[in-house]
Design a protein around this ligand. Structure first.
Ligand code: TEU
Ligand code: CA
Length: 561
């Protein structure tokens, strides 16, 4: 693998609406982010991906953009954005913005012009089809947010437009070269402002299998999961290769794709040395146990052995072909400590264990805001507490499937995107120090015990453990091994043990005992040095230091000979 500037970095995702509010309107903003750059630098962060802050009606919290060349006044001004980029650069940090180009907002001027003249230039910027009253829709795909992907074009009852997400997010027609050129122009415009690159939103959806056709209905609604079509769509590489060549490569942009369905044979094309993207996220754990019926029928959390199988499956699939980006959560997912740790195993030690297990895998570690202090899921007590459009859809799907309101709420608490969107918990003061106003979304009541202020000076806190992980990754003695060393699963069959070797210039063994009982583990070679431990002591069972009695929820990194 060709070495790249970003390979040895640590990345962080900010969901700006919930990160830090500087002006008391209850909404996080750019000046708030700038005020926390030193906090991120001290955490060990180099690359910061910020979810969308472009002008938007916020129908999907900013993933519905109405002007790609602007900053929404709720988040600040373009000058604020330029100052953020400059302040980050001063700290040797890089800013990534979110590239959301599978769709735009229905309030974007392109769509407004398409509504005015569906047969004109901008009509072809979207997928608009004739459909006479009573005729079937062009296809029976289900939107990611529920219901058909077709909506009547405003003012044209005999025309429909495609939206694979919300109806306020009309899909852009990537078959139209004018659309693609507009996207590439915008990317170059932002790169000229000094961005480090982009996270690429929902990009697997830009290539549709045309002409539109039905797939077997997989629910009583008569619709079909859109993934069925995506499996058959061919040629996305033509678009992605063109974007890489015309927009990203000229700026050596760092790009990380939100790619859920890359086939093994496609990995090299996606993230190889000359791939469409620099990296893409590992969603194996995210997708594990998801049911086609909906969240209500999906696995609320994984066992240690299920999580282990996910991370090793990806590590084996990627190998040395490229650099994957490792996560345990993001703004679309439940909090990782509530999804990858069984409820009965959730504690400070297991939170640090999970942090170590994913962070030291081969790949670029992304920390999602609040993950570094072990933030947890919300407990919804009523439907009215739910903000997220995806959760509201899944709540109804659960009720339609015959679940009680209580069961539907429990499902929402386990999967809702709101879990990751409650305000960042800075301290135990009002609104967790996020805002002096009324937060746009309720603060998790556990902020009084889980917050930055309570952890930043505590050597044994989750926050301090993340700092130690980042320091170990950057330690000149071990950096090359942790960045480029092979990841070799160890004692994979051992129940509740997640263990792997990172083999490069050095040999590092990562051992994680994710259970309430102790577990004695033989090492493949004598332990030279204990590099990291989430507990106070490491109990070698003999003086040869070739066997460890791991305590419950113990995580250790040892250098072996
Ligand atoms: O998500 C893309 C995606 O695949 C969604 O189906 C996601 O898995 C779903 O929202 C989970 O409930 C991206 C963004 O990350 C998401 O926040 C946006 O809502 C979506 O695209 C549309 O832009
Ligand atoms: Ca604000």
């Amino acid at each position: 693998m060709k070495k790249q500037w970003w390979h040895d970095k640590v990345a962080y995702q900010i969901y700006p609406k919930s990160f830090c509010d500087s002006n008391g309107d209850g909404i996080g903003d750019i000046p708030g982010i700038i005020s926390k750059l030193d906090y991120l630098k001290e955490l060990g962060v180099d690359i910061v991906w910020i979810s969308p802050m472009y002008k938007s009606p916020l129908a999907d919290q900013g993933y519905d953009i109405s002007d790609y060349y602007s900053i929404d006044p709720r988040f600040g001004t373009m000058e604020d954005m330029e100052r953020l980029i400059m302040e980050a650069k001063r700290r040797d940090m890089y800013i990534l913005m979110d590239l959301v180009v599978n769709h735009c907002s229905d309030e974007h001027e392109w769509f407004q012009k398409a509504v005015q003249d569906p047969d004109g230039k901008y009509g072809n910027f979207f997928y608009i089809r004739d459909r006479k009253e009573g005729e079937p829709l062009p296809c029976n795909w289900r939107s990611y947010f529920g219901g058909p992907v077709w909506e009547p074009l405003p003012g044209h009852p005999d025309k429909q437009y495609l939206h694979v997400f919300h109806k306020k997010q009309p899909d852009l027609n990537w078959e139209n070269p004018e659309v693609r050129e507009e996207v590439y122009k915008n990317i170059r415009w932002w790169m000229e402002k000094g961005l480090g690159g982009f996270r690429i939103d929902a990009i697997i959806n830009i290539k549709k299998k045309l002409p539109f056709s039905d797939y077997p209905a997989d629910r009583d609604d008569g619709l079909s999961y859109i993934g069925n079509m995506l499996e058959e769509a061919q040629g996305i590489g033509d678009f992605l290769g063109e974007m890489q060549e015309k927009a990203f490569r000229p700026y050596q942009a760092f790009t990380v794709g939100e790619v859920f369905n890359a086939k093994e044979e496609e990995i090299k094309n996606f993230i190889g040395d000359d791939g469409y993207f620099s990296s893409m996220f590992d969603f194996a754990g995210t997708c594990y146990g998801k049911s086609g019926k909906g969240w209500y029928d999906s696995r609320k959390y994984l066992t240690p052995d299920e999580y282990k199988s996910c991370i090793f499956q990806t590590q084996r699939k990627i190998g040395d072909m490229g650099m994957i980006s490792n996560i345990i959560e993001n703004h679309d997912e439940p909090r990782g400590v509530c999804h990858y740790i069984r409820p009965e195993d959730l504690c400070e030690a297991s939170k640090k264990l999970l942090a170590g297990v994913y962070f030291l895998l081969k790949g670029l570690p992304f920390i999602y805001q609040g993950q570094e202090i072990g933030m947890e899921n919300m407990k919804f007590t009523s439907r009215d507490e739910i903000d997220d459009i995806s959760t509201l859809d899944e709540y109804q799907v659960a009720l339609d499937a015959g679940k009680s309101e209580e069961e539907a709420l429990e499902m929402a608490s386990a999967f809702s995107r709101d879990n990751a969107r409650t305000p960042m918990q800075w301290d135990a003061g009002e609104n967790a120090g996020f805002t002096t106003g009324t937060p746009w979304l309720h603060v998790n009541p556990n902020y009084t015990s889980i917050n930055v202020a309570a952890q930043k000076d505590d050597e044994d806190s989750v926050l301090s453990f993340y700092k130690k992980l980042a320091r170990l990754r950057k330690n000149p003695v071990y950096k090359d091994t942790l960045v480029y060393g092979e990841c070799i699963p160890y004692l994979e069959e051992e129940e509740n043990l997640i263990a792997y070797e990172r083999a490069g210039e050095k040999r590092l063994l990562i051992l994680a005992n994710l259970q309430k009982d102790s577990k004695t583990v033989a090492l493949p070679a004598p332990a030279e040095e204990v590099l990291l431990n989430n507990l106070k002591i490491v109990n070698f069972t003999d003086e040869t230091r070739q066997e460890i009695a791991l305590a419950p929820y113990q995580f250790v990194v040892v250098e072996i000979l």
